[in-house]
Design a protein around this ligand. Sequence first.
Ligand code: 13P
Length: 245
Amino acid sequence: MKKLLIANWKMKPRTAREAVKLAKASDVRDVLIAPPYAFLPIVKNALKKATLGAQDFFYEDPKQGGAFTSAVSVSMVKSLGVKFTIIGHSERRAYFSETDEQVTKKILLAYENGILPVLCVGESQSVRQRGIMEAKAFVALQIAKDLSRVPQQAKKIVIAYEPIWAIGTGNNDTPENAADMARHIKSVVAKNNHGLNVAVLYGGSVNSKNITAFAKENDINGFLVGGASTDVKEWKAIMAIVKKA
Ligand code: 13P
């Protein structure tokens, strides 16, 4: 099965010029790219083949805009041609105090606007230290809360399993554990949101050296890549490996 490959540039690169360079180097069919808001228009202009996404949007979308200084609405990103959005990344939950309630609102807004939601879930180090069953229970609860307002007519969701302890640490989960969690996530969605088609991605210190082993796991449907997606050499190697998988 074909694997999904999503680049989460997070708060990189530093300048517009570098963003255009990175976009051009990443412009491959079937690859999905989520640059920072500030670079969305220039990246859109630089891309011919890759799919443009957002890293987030605000959880309110008043029809006439609104008084929410610095916030970016779903209508704004939609008008720039964004096709998917990352929602509920652990960095948003940690540094911006994002709640499950806000995540549910964003998922609903994504569906209402025809944007594919890429929901991020994953446990902390302290939860994982209590064992894999604890981690599975944590992830199941997160999914139950975050998908509690998915509309009946919604057909597809992408869920990225990103254990917090594996993000940006060089300490990736094992492909076997990640595949086990992917099966768990699929069974939770099948139970709670019957009929919703789910693709499960793995994210957390994915690089060109470890991705081949993850790609062999049939239950892992793709990858959400942070750091390595902003390093042109690494990203090109990753794109080549995923293309062949
Ligand atoms: P890294 O690939 O840098 O560990 O980040 C993963 C991530 O958070 C992608 O959303």
